[in-house]
Structures are given as C-alpha cells and as structure tokens.
Design a protein around this ligand. Structure first.
Ligand code: NAX
Length: 340
C-alpha cells in the first residue's frame, strides 16, 4: 500500500464536509491503496460538529483511515498537507453587499493561503469549494508565493456534472455516453456551459457531435439553439436554486461528489475525455493571465492542461466575455481591499 497522504478539509463541520469525509476515508479520493490522514479545520463554533463527524468516522472502522485530527488552527491543519479541500467560507447573508462578502472571505482565504505556504507538503494541491470559489482561490494563491499558482484551483466540476446530466437526460442516454462538455468562466450564475465540442455515443459505440444530434432531436439547428439558450444553460446555472426549492436544502451530496471527482481526476488523470476546472489562466482563450476561470482541461501526469484550440461560437464567446468580466470585477474589488 502507498504512503499515507494528509488531506485537510476546511468547514469540516458543515454539510458538504460531512458528506465528503466518509467518501475520502473510504478511498474514493485517492484509491483503495492509499491510507489517508484527515485534518479537519473549523472555526470554534464549528468544532463540535467536526468532532462529531470524527467520532462517526472512527465508528466506520475504515481500513484506509490512518488518523483524524480536528483543529481550529490553520497552521496545524495545513502542516504537511498533500491535498486541501477549502470548503468553509462566509456565505452571502441577507442584504450583504458584494464588497462585504469579498472582504469576509478575504479574511478567511488570505490566512489559509499563508498557512498553506508555510506548512503544506511540496506536492500540495488545493481545491476551493467555498464561494465565491474562483476569487477565494485567487486570494489564497496570492498569499502563497512559494506554491506554484497552478496548484490552486476552484470547483466547477459540479456545474460540469450537472451539464452532463442534463444533456444525457435530453438525449435519452446514460451519462457514460456523453463526452467533451465544457464549463467556462466563473462558478456563478454567469457560468458558461458549452456543448459545442461534446459528442454522444450511439448504441454501437460510434461518437456523434452533440450539436448535430440536438438539431435532429429538435428538428432544426435554430430550435436546438433555442433549447440551449432558453432551457439548458439557465437550468444548469440555476440548478443550485432548483435543488434548494425541491429538497428544502442546498446541494450537498452532489457538491461533495464533484469535489471528490475534481481531486481524484487531478491526481489520477482524466484519460481521453476532458473535464472542467477553474484554474489560473495562462492567457488561453484570451482570459486575462492569472484570473481563476473555468476551462475545459485534462489532467496528465498530475497536472492540469487547458484543452487548446477549441473553436468558440459567437454566442458562447459573448457569454464567456460577460463571465470573465465578472471575474475581473471581483479581482479588482479584492485588490482594492488589499486582499491580493
Ligand atoms: P455549511 O454552512 O454547512 O458549512 C460551512 C462550514 O464552514 C461551517 O461549519 C463553518 O463553521 C465553516 N467555516 C466557516 N469559516 C471557516 C473558516 N475560516 N475555517 C474553517 N471552517 C470555516 O455550508 P456547506 O453547505 O457545507 O457549503 C460550503 C460552501 O460551499 C459554501 O460557501 C457554498 O456556497 C459552497 N458551495 C460551492 C459549490 C461549488 O460548486 N463550488 C457548490 C456547493 C456549495 O454551494
């Protein structure tokens, strides 16, 4: 069996943390051969809840679970961390201005970035789940000058998985027959689900372009476009609100599953299909360098590589421009607050 890996989960006393911990400890993150050391970081109000989760994890007698530690000290939590799942954040309260939200999260993600910089393992990989996820990742990275910027990512895999799920449903195929979906931009209502490079396998395993299949399903290409703009994109972008309405509580299990997919693919590789991940732009697709934006990406050799050379339709480009503009505004706002 492999060397134990240290996995730090922040907000571990919250809902997504609770859903995530059992799967991490059972091997869903790093596979059945890698023992895990869990570090659960909470603020003082959340400690009891995290301690309760730790008690239950012990009761599972997971063979891979090497140890669990619960703490409210970021330095302790990130010491030697190989993987950090930054879930705890300050959600937007009623009447809270965007500036207040960004400032409150800067006060969380700045110090956590500094603690990662001071103590994390050389191979640290960071996935930010807590919203506003892209900009929180930007802030954390800015406080970790010794960690390569590419190690800071934010979660858009839930949006990606939702898009795959909705497309599969409409085409009447299992998700395993869908490939090549992309999410661009911010993890927010401006996110851009893009199916223009997606393919769908028929019952013989032959892959067909999704835009062509949709045009067949809807009778014409314009009718398919109408479905994409009027139903598919808003449904994916507003799925969180739909879940709250139906379930009476926010997305928890699917968010935890997406975070695990994100890290597992980062470590183990994506194979032929690409996925979506928010990472610091290298200037690809004219997204300003350094901005943490979602791209279609493959993981090879433990590193994300943005899929290059995709042709962007004019309609998608307009949406990407709006989402990137939102990210630039968030970055400028946190820069003005002195958080970068
Ligand atoms: P909860 O409120 O259940 O849990 C958050 C936990 O974080 C709480 O226990 C709180 O005490 C803790 N916390 C707050 N500040 C902390 C700090 N400085 N250090 C350590 N812990 C801290 O929220 P939950 O439903 O678990 O959601 C967590 C975050 O995920 C929210 O910001 C939410 O908006 C975000 N989401 C992001 C998604 C994505 O796709 N990127 C989707 C799901 C989710 O909405």
């Amino acid at each position: 069996s492999g060397e134990p890996q240290t996995i730090t989960v922040t907000g571990a006393g919250g809902q997504i943390g609770y859903a995530m911990l059992f799967r991490i400890a059972s091997g869903a993150l790093l596979g059945p051969d890698v023992p895990v050391r869990l570090r659960l970081l909470e603020i003082p109000q959340g400690l009891r809840s995290a301690q309760g989760a730790a008690l239950e994890l012990g009761d599972c007698a997971f063979g891979l679970l090497d140890s669990i530690e619960v703490t409210d000290d970021p330095a302790r939590a990130f010491d030697g961390a190989n993987i950090a799942l930054l879930v705890g954040s300050r959600p937007r309260g009623p009447g809270m201005e965007r500036g207040d939200l960004l400032a409150a999260n800067g006060a969380i993600f700045g110090p956590q970035g500094a603690a990662l910089n001071a103590g994390a393992a050389d191979d640290i990989r960071v996935a930010v789940v807590g919203n506003p996820a892209n900009t929180n990742a930007l802030i954390a990275a800015a406080h970790a000058p010794d960690i390569p910027g590419e190690r800071f990512t934010a979660l858009t895999r839930l949006d990606h998985n939702r898009a795959v799920g909705q497309l599969a449903l409409r085409l009447g195929v299992p998700v395993s027959r869908i490939s090549g979906v992309s999410i661009w931009g911010n993890h927010s209502a401006t996110q851009v689900p893009d199916i223009n490079h997606a393919t769908v396998a028929d019952e013989h395993g032959v892959w067909h372009p999704v835009p062509e299949r949709l045009a067949e399903v809807f009778g014409s290409a314009p009718a398919a476009e109408q479905w994409l703009a009027g139903e598919f994109i808003p449904r994916v972008a507003k799925r969180g609100a739909e879940i709250i309405e139906v379930r009476g509580s926010s997305s928890v299990g699917s968010a935890a599953a997406a975070a695990i997919d994100h890290v597992r693919d980062w470590v183990a590789g994506t194979g032929a299909d690409h996925t979506s991940v928010a990472l610091a732009s290298d200037g690809s697709y004219a997204v300003p360098q350094g901005l943490v934006s979602s791209f279609p990406a493959r993981s090879v050799g433990g590193q994300w590589h943005i899929v290059q050379g995709l042709s962007i339709t004019p309609a998608v480009q307009l949406r990407i421009d709006a989402s990137v503009a939102e990210l630039v505004a968030e970055r400028d706002a946190v820069a003005a607050l002195g958080l970068l």
